[in-house]
Design a protein around this ligand. Structure first.
Ligand code: SF4
Length: 478
């Protein structure tokens, strides 16, 4: 199988050269990034909330087995059915089998990154089910046959014209472009009929509350609430880390999630699901199922250096703050989770060898760390993964650097650790590169540093050190 980031460079270059996408993804900065800053500024206890959010997640992840058991017990007490899936395949198969048993024809999906992770939509379509996304952004990318571009705004890279072409079969180039409200109404009209005939829904879970066995869904479009009430079977899918101990903890997490995601104080809908419809109730699903998926998260849990990434509440704030994501866009990252947090989660969930470019897709400026509502130290983990790809891992499958590259860096380290060695090394490198330079600039460096000059010139290494030059100058001026 091809590594998921095999096309990182070419995909990033395509996005950099696409003026329309560059303009569209500006919104993650002008809309979401600035919205978060304003919302945080309007919340005097913001830093206190972040500290509390981090403490809640640290505690929950440290006692994950305890809270998962509590959650499962309480969901079952409420009449729900819990299934623990070891991997994506097991989760997918469980949902497909359930749909066959209940003679389901139409499945509606409400936004869920975990269902993307398990490739559910394609698998269900292949089994003959009609599977339709109901979140507007997800619906747009389903029509475009693409993957989400952003954790909370899957179609943020699409222009209004792109969306009009996807929603309106009669739309032609040059036609007046409908405004956002008109486009939304078009999608609403198409989706209304699907809601009416759907007999199963698959939703995500923003948080599952262990003490009550409830799940919380945060949406702005109301599709989450429709999905959890209209079809006769409701299946909620979650990664095993999406859990908080109590309702009180949920209120803290909702405050930081929503402000960090969209800059709102509260989203239009926060839907709590506790159970299926009771016998004397007229509305709601007949069955409620909760699928809790591992799919490599156990590896994160057992890895003290990477465990902190399980604290992620998928708000997208680190993407909006990241100068790299804001330029290369979401598809360059090659899998479900883009941006800084994706550069950690993807390598660990899919294997470092398959995603070895991702830890380097960062300037390590620290903006993601500053933005994260649960204070995840993303740069620290990116550095750890870089080290593992280079030489830190004892697992040969994790090492992706060539023996030549490792030798070069070993020599570099040796040179940097002694003043004399550094001076001699710099002088030799300067002499070796001089024949390749013109007017003091290197336009094309030789391997293994050729990548450095692929997009910019490199100044020739000086023949003498700064120290020797300064000594000469000071000596002259005396
Ligand atoms: S790492 Fe932090 S900022 Fe990024 S998505 Fe997760 S919670 Fe949000």
């Amino acid at each position: 199988m091809k590594p998921i980031t095999a096309n990182f460079r070419s995909k990033a270059a395509q996005t950099l050269n696409n003026a329309q996408i560059q303009q569209s993804i500006e919104h993650v900065y002008t809309g979401f990034f600035k919205g978060r800053l304003n919302a945080a500024g309007d919340t005097p206890e913001w830093e206190e909330l972040r500290t509390k959010g981090k403490a809640i997640k640290d505690h929950t992840i440290a006692h994950l087995d305890y809270y998962l058991n509590m959650l499962a017990d309480n969901v079952e007490k409420n009449g729900g059915i819990v299934f623990f899936a070891d991997d994506a395949e097991e989760a997918r198969q469980h949902i497909i089998d359930l749909a066959h048993k209940r003679e389901i024809k139409t499945v509606i999906k409400s936004k869920s990154m975990v269902s993307e992770e398990m490739g559910l939509e394609k698998a269900m379509n292949a089994e003959g089910f009609e599977t339709v996304e109901t979140d507007l952004g997800e619906y747009i990318i389903q029509l475009a046959n693409e993957t989400p571009y952003h954790l909370i705004a899957p179609a943020v890279h699409k222009s209004r014209t792109d969306v009009a072409k996807l929603l309106d079969d009669d739309f032609k180039e040059g036609d007046p472009v409908p405004d956002a409200t008109e486009l939304t109404m078009m999608a609403r009209k198409k989706l209304r009929g699907v809601f009416e005939r759907a007999d199963m829904s698959v939703t995500g879970v923003n948080f599952a509350v262990a003490e009550s066995g409830s799940i919380a869904l945060v949406t702005n479009e109301g599709n989450g609430r429709m999905s959890t009430t209209v079809p006769r079977v409701h299946v909620a899918v979650m990664g095993m880390e999406k859990i908080v101990p109590s309702i009180q903890d949920l209120s803290t997490m909702l405050r930081i999630l929503i402000r960090s995601a969209t800059g709102q104080r509260i989203s239009t809908y926060v839907t709590m699901v506790n159970e299926a419809r009771k016998t004397d109730e007229e509305e709601g699903p007949e069955e409620f199922h909760l699928v809790i998926m591992n799919n490599g998260r156990q590896n994160l849990l057992e890895d003290p250096q990477m465990r902190e990434s399980l604290n992620c509440i998928r708000c997208g704030a680190c993407l909006n703050a990241c100068p790299v994501y804001r330029k290369v866009g979401g598809h360059a990252y090659g899998w479900v989770y883009p941006g800084p947090i994706g550069s950690i989660v993807s390598p660990v969930l899919t294997g470092l060898k398959d995603a070895s470019n991702l830890p380097s897709a960062s300037s390590l400026c620290g903006a993601c760390h500053d933005a994260c509502p649960v204070k995840i130290n993303i740069p620290r983990m990116l550095l750890e993964l870089r080290w593992r790809t280079a030489e830190g891992s004892t697992d040969k499958n994790e090492q992706t650097s060539s023996a030549k590259e490792r030798t070069v860096w070993k020599m570099w380290r040796l040179g940097m650790m002694g003043r004399k060695r550094f001076d001699i090394g710099a002088r030799l490198a300067g002499l070796a590169l001089r024949p390749l330079s013109r007017n003091g600039w290197l336009k094309k460096a030789p391997p293994p540093i050729s990548g450095w000059t692929s997009t910019r010139d490199f100044p020739l290494i000086s023949s003498g050190s700064l120290k020797s030059k300064l000594s000469k100058r000071i000596g002259r001026s005396k």
